[in-house]
Design a protein around this ligand. Structure first.
Ligand SMILES: Nc1ncnc2c1ncn2[C@@H]1O[C@H](COP(=O)(O)OP(=O)(O)OP(=O)(O)O)[C@@H](O)[C@H]1O
Length: 493
């Protein structure tokens, strides 16, 4: 749809845009990224003919730009620029009507029924119908941007060139505008060529992306190129980490500022524990890097409150998350900064172990019930579970883990838990084989992120071994307490 062949031009020598080759397909949402002054707007001006081309060609829909009249260009392309100044004191409706100019015929250029229908439609789409009689100059920056988008859409172009179209817009209107453009792209095969500064927004909306660097294209491809941290560093000269969007298969970029404060905390003095019949609450004075499958606080996060609430053994709520949130709120614990688990185990049987293993301080809190023990290698038993049978493990470590090490840590802790069950000969009552866990086990690992970063925490590492030992000891002790209670002190291994 747009083909740039060895394109050069700009205000400077050598030209800002220098021998640039690029092809944009019909119906795609293409985003141009690059730092300030890299020549993005200059490139747009060369494409629209606002700046003379010094070398190369621009082809639009197979036609050389140099051979097209202004009306022909306006029927093909509409432009939304960063500037939203308008020379005369038009109303909103008049500005939008200007978009129909390339389609009007005859000397008097009156608006036809079709023109009026298009104007109505685009004002409706951009949510500006209520402002139709308002003078343009009285609109806010964001509202002006929406009016100019309506004008561009009224042009019914095949290509929409957008130079930072989300400037002046609040978050809601950024998403509204880009959702609208995506719909036009899908329903009308509109080609969108947008300059954006927000890399994360570009990742969410673009089909393809190009990095402009020193006047030419450094890299072009689908949004996966935003995973190339070294390229981003080269283009923007900042440290960026590419991470996954939590629900979409798109990268999102995380910036780390230079000013970041180094963490210092005395591990054993950095937390306090509250234990009642109703709940256990471990509160740290700083946020820990966490990985958990808790009902609240799941995934990898930064959290500082860790709670295990007691429930009756027939607790069967359809809204466990909401229940935990309300219980936490009742005890002034902020749920958005917490991991929350539940157990039917008596909380006075909880085991607390603080140990320094191989020079690494750790603290484990374990509640265990095994009435519901399961050998995971057997078929699923679909019966209703109404027994005290969950192992909940909190493990806090004074170390600095990579995300991979967090996963390693979960493996190490799980292996240690399985060993405890094995050594105590806890069985799956359905299969009569040694259990590997219970059907609803939960775990949390909390890291202070102090000291040197560790990439691994498996059984081949000091910290992995430490995890194994403390989890094994605490889990075994917690299971024994549970069995003593169940067998009223008559349990013997
Ligand atoms: N009207 C002008 N006259 C002279 N030089 C200009 C003019 N407009 C831009 N330039 C220069 O051309 C270069 C590229 O500018 P351009 O506006 O294309 O960058 P950009 O990538 O769009 O930047 P930004 O992200 O800041 O909008 C810059 O060095 C700029 O100073």
């Amino acid at each position: 749809m747009i083909k740039l062949n060895g394109l050069s031009g700009g205000y400077t020598q050598p030209p800002t845009v220098n021998g640039l080759d690029l092809e944009i397909n019909k119906g795609e949402f293409f985003t141009l990224l690059g730092p300030n002054g890299s020549g993005k707007t200059t490139l747009f001006k060369l494409i629209t003919g606002q700046l003379p081309i010094s070398e190369g060609e621009v082809y639009i829909d197979g036609k050389n730009l140099a051979t097209l009249s202004n009306i022909e260009k306006a029927k093909l392309m509409a432009v939304l620029t960063q500037e939203n100044k308008v020379a005369f004191d038009y109303t909103v409706e008049e500005i939008v009507s200007l978009g129909r100019y390339p389609h009007q015929k005859g000397i008097f250029k009156n608006l036809t029924k079709k023109d009026l229908a298009v104007i109505e439609e685009v004002m409706e789409l951009t949510n500006i119908s209520d402002f139709r009689k308002t003078p343009f100059r009285r609109m806010s920056g964001g509202e002006k941007q929406r009016v100019l988008l309506a004008k561009a859409l009224a042009q019914e172009p095949e290509i929409l060139l957008l130079d930072e179209p989300t400037n002046h817009l609040d978050i809601k209107h950024i998403f509204q505008m880009l959702d609208l453009l995506k719909k036009r792209q899908e329903n009308f095969d509109l080609t969108v060529f947008a300059i954006l500064h927000d890399l994360n927004i570009a990742s969410l909306y673009a089909d393809r992306i190009a990095f402009l660097h020193n006047g030419s294209i450094l890299e072009v491809g689908d949004v996966g190129i935003l995973r190339k941290e070294d390229k981003l560093k080269m283009v923007y000269d900042v440290e960026l980490k590419s991470r996954a969007h939590p629900t979409l298969p798109k990268p999102q970029l995380i910036m780390t500022p230079d000013y970041s404060v180094s963490r210092t905390m005395d591990f054993s003095k950095s937390y306090r524990i509250k234990q009642t019949e109703e709940y256990i609450h471990v509160e740290f004075n700083q946020h820990l890097r966490t990985i958990s499958n808790g009902v609240i606080g799941e995934g990898i996060q930064w959290l500082k409150h860790f709670c295990n609430f007691h429930v009756s053994k027939d607790y069967n709520s359809s809204e466990p998350k909401e229940d935990l949130q309300s219980w936490m709120t009742k005890h002034s614990i902020p749920p958005e900064q917490a991991v929350g688990m539940m157990t039917a185990v008596e909380l006075e049987d909880a085991v607390f172990l603080e140990e320094e293993i191989e020079g690494i301080p750790m603290m484990a809190v374990v509640t265990a019930g095994t009435g519901n023990a399961v050998d995971i290698t057997n078929e699923l038993n679909r019966g209703v579970i109404q027994t005290v049978g969950t192992i909940n493990i909190f493990l806090f470590i004074n170390a600095h883990f990579s995300d991979g090490a967090l996963v390693n840590g979960i493996i190490s802790a799980t292996e240690a838990k399985v060993k405890a069950l094995q050594d105590l000969k806890i069985k799956d009552i359905h299969s009569n084989t040694i259990a590997t866990g219970t059907s609803t086990d939960a775990i949390l690992l909390g890291l202070t992120q102090q000291g040197e970063k560790t990439p691994y925490a498996g059984s081949g590492t000091t910290v992995g071994k430490g995890i194994g030992q403390i989890v094994y000891r605490a889990t075994k002790k917690a299971i024994k307490k549970y069995l003593h209670r169940v067998y009223e002190g008559n349990w013997r291994q």
